[in-house]
Design a protein around this ligand. Structure first.
Ligand code: 4AD
Ligand code: MG
Length: 461
């Protein structure tokens, strides 16, 4: 008999045919002559009801067919007389595939806290919430690829191991094969010439610099891959390993950049509402009431575009009692970002033209000499979801800025070559993928939207 998925059986229009269904037992109920079990195989949120008449083949296994056990059922798919489901399976044979001892299986019927479930990250995908999170994560990934592919962007793969710290924030994890107990020393410190790559290297914090090189040949490109940051931030929005989507466009300006960001976000939200409707309904009723309306509202209204200087003025005049002071020249904190998008504008806000001193070396300087062509996209509940900029495409300006910021231009000779040979204006951004999943699902903590979160002090599973 053909392998079938639960989702196909639950919604099947034709009935009265033989089926073979497999899954994990979610609940079990007894009546006089029957047992009712509900099985789930992860193909959708709903469970398939199976009616097990007493005495059928395999019935003697029923005492061990408890919550969490895996089973195989063969029988007939029939219209369900009961409430709450269209179809059910009348079992003719049932067999236990794998037991789940009720004395030790941690996922019993009662609700567990997300904190507890993080401790059992190997089993939490079997809960309703995490099944839905990981299915939505999948649909969002596909939406992202579909958006860029339909627009002709070339998907490129940038390295995970690199020698350059794109953001210059000193948050790179080291990659080394040196013996930590006998580190070879040279004048001035560790002798990296004896390390595996012959130079100091680490895990990438962003694929942007490499992405720019491909963009300056292929035009419009994007990356979608893991990035790593060794920042000691124990917040609900930071991971040490996260996924980033980084498009880069040649012959493009900051205005093109935020236009792309807006079109991109709207497309992925709309795609997800369409293609993960059942899971989104769950988030809408169980996790964050009204999230579907919020997403729909965002899809319908233009984003607010605001100068950094204007944002600081509004924040200073807001009368809010912020924990961190607001002053021109310092970075916006999450509380400031959230006030702008949630209270002031009530929609996504693109803040542009930040002071150069709080942004990375590669951003294009404005004529005022103090700000750069940067943009951050802020959304309600999360704050910054996208960071991007037009890149400095003038060789001399870039070299000067690198020196000012203590970077050695010689180490970035290849990056400077792009400005030496056929330089062109170009722009791009980075979307934090987990923050996007967080926003779309309304999940509070970023650790609950990636299967196996890595955070300071935790790399389990
Ligand atoms: O603003 P960031 O640091 O920008 C860059 O890395 C640029 N090189 C991107 C580009 O222009 N190509 O990071 C981009 C986004 C942030 O807006 C945020 O959503 C996410 O990445 N992000 C994190 N997400 C989870 N955990 C962290 N520790 C993150 N750090 C940044
Ligand atoms: Mg940023």
């Amino acid at each position: 008999m053909k392998r079938t998925r639960v989702v196909d059986l639950i919604d099947a229009e034709s009935k009265d045919f033989d089926v073979l269904a497999r899954g994990w037992v979610r609940t079990r109920r007894e009546s006089k002559d029957f047992s009712f079990i509900e099985i789930n195989d992860g193909s959708c949120m709903r469970n398939l009801q199976v009616v097990v008449p007493a005495g059928i083949e395999g019935y003697d296994e029923m005492p061990r067919i408890t919550t969490g056990a895996s089973v195989e059922v063969s029988g007939r798919l029939v219209a369900s007389p009961g409430e709450g489901q269209k179809n059910e399976v009348q079992a003719q044979r049932i067999s236990l595939i794998g037991i789940a001892d009720p004395d030790s299986f941690p996922l019993q019927k009662k609700r567990h806290s997300f904190e507890f479930l993080r401790e059992i990250a190997h089993l939490r995908p079997r809960t309703n919430t995490f099944g839905a999170v990981f299915r939505v994560r999948n649909v969002l990934s596909y939406a992202i690829h579909t958006f860029f592919q339909e627009k002709g962007f070339v998907y490129v793969h940038t390295p995970v191991i690199t020698g350059s710290d794109c953001e210059g924030a000193g948050e790179m994890f080291r990659v080394t094969t040196l013996d930590m107990n006998k580190v070879p020393m040279a004048e001035g410190g560790v002798d990296y010439s004896r390390d595996f790559f012959g130079t100091q290297s680490g895990l990438t914090v962003s694929g942007q610099l490499e992405g720019e090189m491909l963009s300056m040949a292929l035009g419009d490109i994007y990356t979608f891959g893991p990035t790593f940051r060794a920042e000691n931030s124990n917040t609900t929005r930071h991971l040490s390993e996260f996924w980033m989507v980084e498009p880069e466009m040649a012959f493009a300006t900051l205005e093109d950049d935020y236009a792309l960001a807006e079109e991109f976000l709207k497309y992925t939200f709309s795609y997800t509402l369409q293609h993960a409707a059942e899971d989104m309904e769950f988030f809408n009723t169980r996790i964050k009431k009204g999230i579907i309306d919020t997403l729909q509202h965002i899809m319908e209204s233009p984003f607010e575009v605001m100068e950094y200087t204007e944002a600081v003025k509004l924040l200073s005049a807001s009368g809010e009692n912020f924990e961190y002071p607001v002053e021109w020249g310092s970075d916006l904190q999450t509380e400031h970002e959230r006030w702008l998008t949630e209270k002031k504008c009530k929609k996504p806000v693109v803040v542009i033209n930040y002071p150069k001193d709080i942004k990375a070396f590669y951003m294009k300087r404005n004529d005022d000499d103090t700000t750069v062509r940067a943009m951050d996209v802020l959304v309600p509940g999360v704050g910054e979801i996208i960071g991007g900029s037009e890149r400095e495409d003038r060789l001399q300006f870039l070299e000067d800025r690198m020196k000012e910021m203590g970077l050695n231009p010689e180490e970035y000779w290849w990056y400077l070559d792009l400005r030496r040979y056929g330089s062109a204006p170009h722009a791009g951004f980075g979307l934090g993928f987990e923050r996007t999943v967080q926003f779309v699902t309304g999940m509070q903590n970023i650790r609950d939207v990636i299967p196996f979160p890595r955070t300071p002090g935790n790399a389990r599973f």
